[in-house]
Design a protein around this ligand. Structure first.
Ligand code: MG
Length: 346
């Protein structure tokens, strides 16, 4: 049990004490919380790609820059996929060019920012290199059926396709993230065996990626499943190199993040204002919202480097452009009652 009871005065009658990093006497040594975590913002890519209305490249670049100005350092900004199939990601070259210019102009938050682009294959890498991308992400899935339906090939074939792509990206000095989908469950095959998930994760790791993001693609995970998966994958791959990508489709994203924190995960993916629906559950919530994670972490005294007010402001033009109310809890609370939100700002 990682919750140490350190003071009679603060002890709950049930004997459980949830420490806050900043006041916990043992925070510097034995406390369960890290001093800080890293958030990988996926709104401008994973979020917008799963929205029905395409947003123009200029607005996507402005969005990414506003997110960087809020303090986010890792931002997924686009994808080099076929624009006829994924019109939401058309013009990713333009997004990168605008970001390059902003970096040269020393726009706030851009000096340390890592702008990541998704590449499905060799053609995607070619486009990424031509656009001067320095950080890329590749993807595959644990389950056969999901991979067949999503990319038209099985797991083995996807690794054969990705191996030279990752090797070339590495040889060009790029930082490479590996996304693993359906780690906790598959919309076609149901529950996923954590041992199987760990085997596929190990294979992805052996390609030479810098980190692996474990995706709960359809938002079915619960903390017990998070424990099973991290137990298996974390036994084979250093936990500092693992990220959790939770979806809130069933309202379990934050408790799963809590489970991941207690199990040594320090990187969490999230999407500003909860952008991006769940492609397998029309109308349902998809990505965990960045504001919700930031509020949760700050409440525990864990630093994220993010100014939550600036973060909320970053998504407002996107909400207008999409013409739909975005689902993030903290985002909506801030929109409805900024005065109260300000009192609880941390
Ligand atoms: Mg997602």
């Amino acid at each position: 049990m990682p919750f140490a009871v350190t003071s009679k005065a603060t002890q709950d009658p049930a004997g459980v004490y949830i420490p806050r990093m900043s006041t916990h006497p043992a925070a510097q040594s034995a406390g369960p919380w890290p001093a800080s975590v890293r958030i990988v913002e996926v709104g401008p890519r994973d979020g917008l790609q799963n929205e029905a209305v395409p947003v123009a490249p200029e607005a996507r670049a402005r969005f990414a820059l506003a997110l960087a100005a809020s303090g986010l350092t890792d931002i997924e900004v686009g994808a080099f996929v076929r624009p006829d199939r994924v019109p939401q990601m058309a013009g990713t070259e333009d997004v990168l060019a605008l970001l390059d210019r902003a970096v040269a102009d020393r726009a706030p938050g851009t000096a340390d920012a890592r702008f990541i682009v998704l590449i499905p294959n060799a053609k995607g890498l070619e486009r990424a290199l031509a656009a001067n991308a320095r950080h890329v992400a590749v993807f595959t899935a644990v389950s056969e059926t999901f991979n067949q339906k999503n990319i038209g090939m099985g797991v083995d074939a996807s690794f054969q396709m990705l191996e030279p792509v990752v090797a070339e990206a590495r040889s060009k000095g790029l930082w490479v993230r590996g996304y693993l989908s359906t780690v906790f469950g598959c919309p076609y095959e149901g529950r996923v065996d954590p041992v199987r998930a760990a085997q596929v994760a190990t294979r992805l790791w052996s390609l030479g990626v810098d980190e692996i993001s474990m995706g709960d693609t359809i938002g079915v995970a619960t903390p017990a499943g998070v424990g099973d998966v991290i137990g298996q994958i974390g036994a084979r791959i250093p936990r500092e190199q693992l990220a959790l990508h939770m979806h809130d489709t069933r309202g379990t994203a934050l408790v799963n993040v809590m489970a991941g924190l207690l199990l040594g995960i320090r990187t969490f993916d999230a999407s500003a204002a909860g952008l991006g629906g769940c492609p397998f559950a029309p109308g349902a919530t998809g990505n965990a919202a960045t504001e919700d994670l930031v509020y949760f972490f700050h409440g525990l005294g864990i630093q994220t480097g993010v100014d939550i007010r600036k973060l909320v402001a970053a998504s407002e033009p996107i909400e207008d452009a999409l013409g739909r109310s975005l689902p993030g809890h903290v985002y909506q609370a801030w929109r409805r009652s900024p005065g109260v939100s300000e009192m609880f700002r941390s």
